[in-house]
Design a protein around this ligand. Structure first.
Ligand code: SAM
Ligand code: SF4
Length: 450
């Protein structure tokens, strides 16, 4: 199906933008934006769960482990630092119960998961025996023998050798370490629970026991970051030779400790956080260094080692419309074309599952045009999209459909249009999350606060 181009060309709204790091969400992780999902559309999620799947669409499972040793000052995820072991146990029971309900629903349609993602929060916070029991119970409900990727996020200070071995034994194929920075003063100033000495220890042991892929997360522009220190972080990461590195530009969403402090002191920009221009420069520097050292830039945030080209199915399948059920408090799901999110309060999440009900909180079913925009903006984060993919899957000529925003991006010097692909250059890729708003429908360009 084709549709008219979104809107006539407008003059650049915000390029060059205000470059201060102010409070707000920068990262685009889905479309239409979460603020447009609503409680009164939860029936759509129930209907989607009760329909058989689209033929051939893969299934993924996301498991949210919302516990951390400390809350980092920049973190915007749903996390708890005060839950005792009984509460952790009842949470894990609830997540298993949630999967048990899903396992009986028509949308499963006999599928086994292709990818599984343990995210957080900090999945490595929970004990080895809790992890093993959780995974055994999950596998009994939906076998993992067809899973091509099991990804697992860790905070380095939570990893002992025993814990790492237990994680490996679960079948984890992609271990992701939240290193963020190598400097103890910066780690401390940002409220990280780990110290630099824990990084090498965890990484070396993880390497020695043979995880197929190890990813390192870094953040460009943590409070107190300097040019010299950033260069040192990049050099140390290259020395470690991870299979992939993910670099986020520091953002300061409204639910962070940093924002709360900004409010108290009446500050409009985040103190000690570099400007967006500086952060882009830092990521560009890092990517150039990785390229000199045998890595390829695979998206706006990742470089992958050429000798171990690390696929990332969770990202690649989700960004192409795969189904994914999110287990856990505040988790996001995408099933049979409907987006939905779980209850975002620990107690009500557990209580609903205790009553045998799915803890659905808000939902939205994008129309065909919105589904196409979703995949287009997500795939743009990879740096290029193929027109043929959108013609085949949605019957849409994206060059015509996005004529106005594409010519804006081209005029600003960020985009080239080739016969088979639309390609962002490095400068465009460094600010892709800002540019993606150009492709949003007008009704989604002004965000209500979520
Ligand atoms: C769930 S955490 C990873 C696992 C573990 N909780 C940890 O922090 O080590 C996901 C990643 O999001 C990134 N992140 C969190 N808050 C951020 C922010 N405000 N700006 C940029 N990146 C952020 C960090 O790189 C972090 O590693
Ligand atoms: S960044 Fe990671 S460790 Fe820090 S609070 Fe967020 S989820 Fe927890």
């Amino acid at each position: 199906m084709t549709a008219e181009p979104i809107s006539p060309a407008e003059p650049p709204k915000d390029i060059p933008a205000d470059e201060e790091t102010r409070a707000g969400n920068y990262f685009v992780s889905n479309y239409p934006p979460y603020a447009f999902w609503s409680k009164d559309r939860v029936d759509e999620a129930n209907a989607a769960i009760n329909r058989p799947p689209a033929p051939g669409n893969p299934l993924g499972i996301y498991v949210h482990i919302p516990f951390c040793r400390k809350r980092c000052h920049f973190c915007y995820f749903k996390v708890y630092t005060d839950k005792n072991s009984t509460e952790v146990e009842s949470y894990l029971d609830a997540a298993v119960h949630e999967l048990a309900i899903y396992a009986q629903k028509p949308f499963i349609g006999g599928r086994k998961p292709t990818f599984i993602y343990f995210g957080g929060g900090t999945p490595s916070y929970i004990s080895s025996s809790q992890l093993t029991r959780l995974v055994d119970r999950m596998k009994a409900l939906l076998p993992w023998d067809e899973a091509k990727e099991v990804a697992f996020e860790c905070e380095p200070g939570t990893l002992t050798e025993g814990k790492l071995q237990a994680i490996k034994d679960l079948g984890v194929t992609r271990l992701s370490l939240g290193i963020e920075n190598f400097n103890d003063e910066i780690l401390l100033a940002n409220g990280r629970a780990h110290a630099s000495k824990e990084i090498g220890r965890a990484y070396d042991f993880a390497r020695s026991i043979g995880f197929p892929q190890i990813n390192i997360d870094l953040i460009a522009g943590m409070v107190g970051e300097t040019e010299a220190n950033w260069r040192d972080c990049v050099a140390r990461t290259i020395e470690m030779q991870p299979d992939s590195v993910t670099i986020y530009q520091m953002e300061v969403p409204y639910n962070t400790t940093i924002f709360k402090e900004m409010k108290v002191f009446g500050q409009s920009s985040a103190p000690g956080v570099a400007s967006w221009k500086t952060k882009r420069g830092w990521v560009e520097y890092a990517f150039a260094e990785f390229e000199k050292n045998g890595y390829t830039v695979a998206s706006a945030y990742t470089a992958v080692k050429n000798t171990s080209p690390a696929p990332f199915l969770y990202r690649d399948l989700l960004w192409r419309g795969a189904d994914m059920v999110g287990l856990g408090v505040a988790s996001f799901s995408h099933v049979n074309g409907t987006h939905y999110q779980n209850d975002h309060e620990f107690e009500s999440y557990c209580a609903k599952l205790g009553e045998g009900k799915l803890p659905l909180f808000r939902a939205l079913t994008p129309n065909a045009d919105e589904r196409m925009i979703r995949e287009f903006v997500l795939q743009m984060k990879l740096g290029s999209v193929r027109q043929a993919y959108f013609a085949e899957k949605f019957g849409v000529d994206v060059e015509r459909r996005f004529e106005a925003p594409l010519s804006r991006l081209r005029d600003w010097g960020f985009l080239t249009i080739a016969l088979d692909s639309l390609h962002l250059n490095r400068s465009g890729l460094m600010q892709v999350d800002k540019l993606l708003h150009e492709f949003f429908l007008p009704e989604h360009s002004q965000l209500p606060r979520a």
